[in-house]
Design a protein around this ligand. Sequence first.
Ligand SMILES: Cc1cc2nc3c(=O)[nH]c(=O)nc-3n(C[C@H](O)[C@H](O)[C@H](O)COP(=O)(O)OP(=O)(O)OC[C@H]3O[C@@H](n4cnc5c(N)ncnc54)[C@H](O)[C@@H]3O)c2cc1C
Ligand SMILES: *[C@@H]1O[C@H](CO)[C@@H](O)[C@H](O)[C@H]1NC(C)=O
Ligand SMILES: *[C@@H]1O[C@H](CO)[C@@H](O)[C@H](O)[C@H]1NC(C)=O
Ligand SMILES: *[C@@H]1O[C@H](CO)[C@@H](O)[C@H](O)[C@H]1NC(C)=O
Ligand SMILES: *[C@@H]1O[C@H](CO)[C@@H](O)[C@H](O)[C@H]1NC(C)=O
Ligand SMILES: *[C@@H]1O[C@H](CO)[C@@H](O)[C@H](O)[C@H]1NC(C)=O
Length: 379
Amino acid sequence: MVSSRGLTLIVPFALATAVSSAALDAATFAQTPFDFIVAGGGTAGVAVAVRLSEIANVTVGIIEAGTFNADDPRLNIPQGTNTAGLFTNDLYSWNFYTTPQAKLAGRSLFMARGKLLGGSSAINLLGVALAGAVEYDQIGQLGNPGWSYENTLKYFKRATNMSVAPKELQEETAATFSYKFHGASGPIKTSFASWYSKATPPFYKALVQLGFAPVRDGGNGLDAGSVWNPPLAIDQDTKTRSYSGNGYYLPNAGRRNLYLLTNAQVIKVNLSNTPDASGNYTATGVTYVSNGITYTASVKKDVIVSGGSVQSPQILELSGIGNKELLTKVGVKPIIDLPGVGENYQDHIITTSSIKIPSTIETWDVFANPGPNATAFEQ
Ligand SMILES: Cc1cc2nc3c(=O)[nH]c(=O)nc-3n(C[C@H](O)[C@H](O)[C@H](O)COP(=O)(O)OP(=O)(O)OC[C@H]3O[C@@H](n4cnc5c(N)ncnc54)[C@H](O)[C@@H]3O)c2cc1C
Ligand SMILES: *[C@@H]1O[C@H](CO)[C@@H](O)[C@H](O)[C@H]1NC(C)=O
Ligand SMILES: *[C@@H]1O[C@H](CO)[C@@H](O)[C@H](O)[C@H]1NC(C)=O
Ligand SMILES: *[C@@H]1O[C@H](CO)[C@@H](O)[C@H](O)[C@H]1NC(C)=O
Ligand SMILES: *[C@@H]1O[C@H](CO)[C@@H](O)[C@H](O)[C@H]1NC(C)=O
Ligand SMILES: *[C@@H]1O[C@H](CO)[C@@H](O)[C@H](O)[C@H]1NC(C)=O
């Protein structure tokens, strides 16, 4: 057994090796007395687990279905998402497809979801963009106390550490922002790219001429009708991706009260056999599969379900929490009839457009040439 106690040094990022050895084995994990278990070590799950483990006398466990390869250049090179095909990489992506969508001429759409410590933040396109204020406010208005733009902004700021772009980038590419909407000391490093296509400045100007308001910082809660340059989750000190695996977990891997189990899939939240007087069940633990063997770990306080927007509902349904009829049909014993679970999934739409421009303008195409491509990879 190698416990998280073994790793006490915070090594420079590029030198970090065998970090997954900080993980517990599946059988030892099941014997550990946890206060909290986080089911799904993704973007949010890792952040929640690490923040909880700031409380020295609580014990926190993370169960992640994927791996943790902190030194894989495909994850760390910011453009790896494109160049190494991370979206479709079997090791790091679940490679889901939707069911055929009636409103999309019956097509099934590909849905990338990260499958590794750090979750989708380890394979995503790095854009650090807030939604409009109205969206956060409406989540609150639906009956979720604490949700509002003003309140969530506090947490976005706490998560991030934004660095100022060089003056010429600010002028040429609108690489501007305000600390009103960005943090200065959080674990996720954010910044502007240090290289832009020469097509960027004229494109920006053209949009402004067409009537889009030039905005200094799109985190301002107004996310429509404007043109702006969103920051990226890149650490400019190391020129690497900053995500919850290396931002939250890695510097805290040595905490004595934080345990990580990778390559283990949660198949159920165990609930108390009977409800309490008010009809509520208590989560008593989590059942997971590792190397084909099933284990159950128990919790004294809470199970935090953080499998992401696709798999959190799946974990709940497998636990008997969901639409009673649907669960019965697929052979899961319904415990809590909650018909909303797993329904009404919505995703944001993204469109890209291709525009022919004179070949004299330098674009990303320059990296199709061996010389500039090799230089860029070296950097
Ligand atoms: C390809 C791609 C590009 C994107 N680009 C951007 C962008 O540029 N900007 C932006 O803001 N957002 C972007 N997003 C969205 C953003 O990355 C996600 O919304 C966010 O990371 C979701 O965080 P999460 O914690 O909810 O889920 P995730 O980060 O997906 O975490 C879920 C975790 O749970 C694990 N898990 C699931 N089921 C189980 C189980 N049963 N047992 C154990 N572990 C389990 C998964 O392996 C995963 O690690 C992108 C997403 C993708 C996929
Ligand atoms: C941790 O310590 C605090 C303060 O002493 C106490 O209130 C709390 O119950 C303790 N939690 C656990 C899980 O022991
Ligand atoms: C914020 O980021 C800057 C630049 O990378 C770094 O020098 C600074 O130490 C960071 N601040 C904190 C509190 O981590
Ligand atoms: C938890 O659920 C699993 C799978 O159904 C079961 O095998 C196990 O006995 C349960 N454990 C407890 C303590 O309820
Ligand atoms: C039972 O659950 C309801 C709804 O989540 C909650 O309002 C209530 O406080 C719970 N009761 C107990 C005794 O925990
Ligand atoms: C750029 O270099 C990388 C790393 O050597 C290589 O994998 C990739 O195929 C190259 N791309 C092009 C377009 O030459």
